[in-house]
Design a protein around this ligand. Structure first.
Ligand SMILES: Nc1nc2c(c(=O)[nH]1)N[C@H]1C(S)=C(S)[C@@H](COP(=O)(O)O)O[C@H]1N2
Ligand SMILES: [Mo]
Length: 357
């Protein structure tokens, strides 16, 4: 697909990381809002923008294979949720030694309002086989890709394919969407037009864009984007698949290295986790581990980041600020990035400093 002026305009507000395929972070300022504008929502694409014929198919182990269109999806009950999407590679740049992969800083995370049909409702029409184990989800995008495995012969033509556990895909309570609107508008090309999956609570790799095929399968799927990449290759324990977002807080105000006036300063930020609501955010202004509780706002919805704030008495000089979140499942952010070879899931405590004058 050619890059139209409209697509280029939508990209202008982002911090570009790669031009083709287009990958870009949100600007620092975008983290301040509860809902990220579409123009400021990060973009992560493994391949060039594909052409899409406006249909997708459901097949494999189902009673009724079918082909669906945007109109079919719009005719079904519509669900809208604000969902925080974070790239599993977000924060890779802070890992040492530096893992291979896109050099994401800390802004490959955004929250948009996504509207669509429930995946579970769509699948119910197709009648999945009771022996199914996973749902294979295929995008329209493909291209040359360097395999993570040393056994790969080099650059091969691959299609973006992921799978979800069938129990999760068919669970209406999981609220997985086949989304066709983002922030009240039809999906933009960069975000998966005409429709995409949105899988709440999971790292965004599960949210397949430009959806083209769904296949109910009775054997676990293995593929480059399932078992090659998007695997935590821990140095000291068995590998694990990348699934839910790890608990994390970000400081949105002040900005890193800001110069601020002495007096009361309200420090603000966001916190999220794919494993439960945020129960606590602690602030620390020294290198020791004294954590003072911030005020954490209740979740505005089940799938979006939470706001937190702290009224700080800022005295002249340089101060370090750290914010550490904990979630309802008892997860707490680590001090040091959890290093893994491909650099996923960095949820280490953010550290910044400010100069108070
Ligand atoms: N078809 C397809 N879907 C995809 C991808 C892709 O490359 N192709 N990238 C995934 C990854 S790694 C991320 S982080 C999210 C990014 O979604 P966004 O560009 O709307 O922010 O899309 C996911 N879905
Ligand atoms: Mo990602």
């Amino acid at each position: 697909m050619t890059i139209t002026d409209a697509i280029a305009r939508n990209r202008a507000a982002l911090a570009m990381i790669k031009e083709e395929p287009f990958n870009a972070e949100a600007p620092h300022s975008a983290l301040a809002a509860a809902i990220t504008t579409t123009e400021e929502h990060y973009v992560r694409s493994n391949f060039a923008l594909p052409d899409h014929d406006g249909t997708f198919e459901i097949g494999g182990a189902v009673a009724n294979p079918m082909t669906l269109t945007l109109e079919d999806l719009r005719a079904m009950p519509a669900v809208e949720h604000a969902v925080t999407l974070e790239c599993a590679g977000n924060g890779r740049l802070d890992m040492r030694p530096l893992p291979t992969g896109e050099p994401w800083g800390g802004y490959a995370v955004s929250t948009a309002r996504w509207k669509g049909a429930r995946l579970a409702d769509v699948l119910a029409q197709a009648g999945p086989d009771p022996n199914a184990v996973e749902l294979r989800c295929q995008g329209a995008d493909h291209g040359k890709y360097h395999l993570s495995s040393i056994l790969g012969s080099g650059d091969e033509d691959l299609t973006f394919v992921r799978s979800l556990p069938i129990g999760h895909a068919t669970d209406p309570a999981a609220e997985i969407l086949i989304a066709y609107e983002m922030n009240g508008e039809p999906l933009e090309e960069d975000h998966g037009a005409p429709f995409r999956l949105v899988v709440p609570h999971w790292y965004a790799v599960a949210s397949v864009k430009w959806l083209k095929r769904l296949d109910v399968i009775t054997e676990p799927f293995s593929g480059e984007f399932q078992t090659g990449h998007y695997i935590y290759e821990w140095p000291d324990r068995p590998f694990e698949p990348v699934t839910t977002m790890r608990v994390r807080a970000r400081i949105t105000d002040p900005a890193p290295a800001a110069v601020i006036p002495a007096g009361t300063y309200t420090i603000r930020g966001k916190a999220w986790s794919g494993d439960g609501a945020i129960t606590e955010v602690g602030l620390s202004f020294t290198g020791d581990s004294e954590w003072t509780p911030a005020l954490v706002e209740p979740p505005a919805g089940p799938y979006q980041w939470q706001e937190w704030s702290y009224d700080w008495e800022a005295t002249p000089g340089r101060h370090s600020i750290r914010a550490r979140a904990a979630d309802a499942a008892g997860n707490v952010q680590p001090d040091v990035p959890p290093w893994n070879r491909l650099g996923y899931g960095n949820n280490a405590i953010e550290l910044l400093y400010v100069d108070v004058r």
